[in-house]
Design a protein around this ligand. Structure first.
Ligand code: NAG
Length: 332
C-alpha cells in the first residue's frame, strides 16, 4: 500500500527536478551579441526651455525623452556633452555602442563642428569593422544631410511644425534590415493611412533634392516620404546603403514621452511605432563588440545627472538634462 502512495510522489519529484534542471541549463547567450549596450546622446545648445531653466551661454541639454527612448530599447545612456574638450568626447565615444543625434535648431558654429566630427568617427569605426550604429532624428537628419552632401545650403523649407503625419513607403522597397524591418506588417500598413508619427520641422529635403546630390544619393536610400501642410513632399526616413545609419525627419521619442504639443499622437499604434524603432536601434547597438570596463562607464552614465522639469515652465520638453562644460580634463 505505502509504495503505491509513494509512486506518484516520486513521479512529481522527478518532474520537478527535471524542470529545475532545464532552468539551470538555459542555453548560453550568444557570444557575438553585446547584451549591455550603451548609447551616446549628443547634447544641444541651450536649456530646451528658452532660458527659463538656465540662461548661461555655455549650457546644453538633452531632452529626457531621448534618454528614456534608448532605455526603453534595453540600453544605458552616456551624455556626450558637446561643449566638452575633444579628448573627453573621444574618450566617451570609446565607451558607447551607438549614437543618437537629437532634434533641435542649431545648424552652425561649434555644435555643428562637433556633430560633424562625431559623424566622421561613426563612419571611421564602421569602416574599421566595428558595428557602430547612428540614429539621426529631425535636426540630426538635417545635419548629416548637410555634412554628407558637403552643401550647407542643401535643405529646403517645409511647413511641418507641430504636425502628425503618415509615411509613404517608396514603391517596391525592401524593408528587411532597415528600421522598419521587424515592424508588424499591420502596423506598417497603418502608418500609411493614420498619422502615427510626429513631425516638427521647418526644413528638410525633397526626394528630388536628395537625388540631385551625388554624395547623398550614394550614401542613402529613401525609405519613406511624407507631405507637409502645403502638400510638399519631403523625405521622412532614410537608411544608409553601407552603414548602420538611420535618419528620421520625424520624432520617434515623442509619442511615448512628450506631452507639450496637442498634436503628438499617443495612440497605441503610435506607441508601438516608438517601441519598434527603439528595439531596432538598440538591437543594432548590441552588434557592437565594444565592452569597456564597468568602472570606466559608471562615472559617465546619465544616472550621474538629474533632469529638470521643463514642461512646467513651458519648455519644449517635459524633462531635460542640463550640462555645463567640465572645467578640467581630470574630472573624467
Ligand atoms: C546654470 O547656469 C549657471 C550660471 O548662470 C551655472 O553656474 C550652473 O552650473 C548652470 N546649471 C546647470 C545645471 O548647468
Amino acid at each position: 500500500m505505502e509504495t503505491n502512495y509513494c509512486i506518484p510522489f516520486f513521479t512529481i519529484l522527478i518532474q520537478l527536478m527535471s524542470t529545475v534542471n532545464s532552468q539551470l541549463n538555459c542555453p548560453a547567450t550568444d557570444p557575438a551579441i553585446n547584451y549591455r549596450p550603451v548609447i551616446g546622446i549628443v547634447s544641444h545648445p541651450g536649456d530646451g526651455a528658452s532660458g527659463r531653466l538656465n540662461s548661461s551661454s555655455d549650457v546644453s541639454y538633452i531632452a529626457a525623452s531621448y534618454v528614456k527612448f534608448a532605455e526603453m530599447g534595453g540600453a544605458r545612456v552616456i551624455p556626450i556633452i558637446y561643449t566638452d574638450p575633444p579628448e573627453i568626447i573621444n574618450q566617451k565615444l570609446n565607451l558607447v555602442n551607438g549614437i543618437i543625434f537629437t532634434g533641435g535648431r542649431t545648424k552652425k558654429g561649434p555644435y555643428f563642428e562637433v556633430v560633424k566630427g562625431i559623424f566622421e568617427k561613426v563612419l571611421e569605426k564602421n569602416d574599421a569593422g566595428e558595428h557602430f550604429p547612428l540614429l539621426a532624428i529631425c535636426l540630426g537628419f538635417e545635419l548629416i544631410t548637410m555634412i554628407i552632401s558637403k552643401d550647407n545650403n542643401i535643405l529646403e523649407e517645409f511647413s511641418a511644425s507641430h504636425q502628425a503625419s503618415t509615411v509613404q513607403f517608396v514603391e517596391n522597397i525592401k524593408l528587411e534590415g532597415t528600421v522598419f524591418g521587424r515592424f508588424p506588417p499591420a502596423l506598417l500598413e497603418k502608418m500609411t493611412t493614420h498619422c502615427l508619427v510626429m513631425q516638427n520641422h521647418r526644413f528638410g529635403i525633397s526626394p528630388e533634392g536628395l537625388q540631385a546630390n551625388k554624395d547623398l544619393c550614394r550614401f542613402f536610400r529613401i525609405l519613406t516620404t511624407s507631405v507637409d501642410k502645403e502638400t510638399k513632399v519631403y523625405v521622412s526616413s532614410m537608411q544608409a546603403q553601407r552603414y548602420p545609419v538611420t535618419a528620421l525627419q520625424w520624432h520617434p521619442e515623442k509619442a511615448v514621452f512628450e506631452w507639450g504639443s496637442s498634436q503628438i499622437p499617443h495612440t497605441e499604434d503610435a506607441i508601438q511605432v516608438t517601441q519598434n524603432v527603439a528595439n531596432y536601434f538598440v538591437s543594432e547597438a548590441r552588434k557592437s563588440p565594444n565592452k569597456p570596463a564597468t568602472n570606466k562607464l559608471l562615472d559617465n552614465l546619465i544616472y550621474n545627472y538629474s533632469p529638470s522639469y521643463a514642461g512646467k515652465v513651458r519648455g519644449s520638453f517635459e524633462e531635460v538634462y542640463l550640462f555645463t562644460p567640465r572645467p578640467t580634463l581630470s574630472s573624467l
